[in-house]
Design a protein around this ligand. Structure first.
Ligand code: FES
Length: 69
């Protein structure tokens, strides 16, 4: 499902970004362009990122392979 219509970013891309170390909306903005248009997706994007980080062990800071962006 698309989260950011302006930049055609979907939830799977946000999950992938989380697995690659995205920790904040600023990270999503830099990595995917989320919320850099109208900005109305910001809250939803942050929620999706939070969910992805709590369900994906690879996105957790305690994971030895974790490398923040
Ligand atoms: S919907 Fe994401 S910037 Fe507009």
């Amino acid at each position: 499902m698309y989260v950011c219509i302006c930049n055609a970013v979907n939830d799977a891309q946000i999950e992938e970004a989380a697995a690659k170390g995205a920790r904040s909306l600023a990270d999503l903005e830099r990595m995917l362009g989320v919320a850099t248009g109208c900005g109305c997706c910001a809250q939803e994007a942050e929620q999706r990122l939070s969910e992805a980080r709590t369900t994906d062990p690879a996105a957790m800071p305690s994971n030895p392979g974790f490398q923040p962006a």
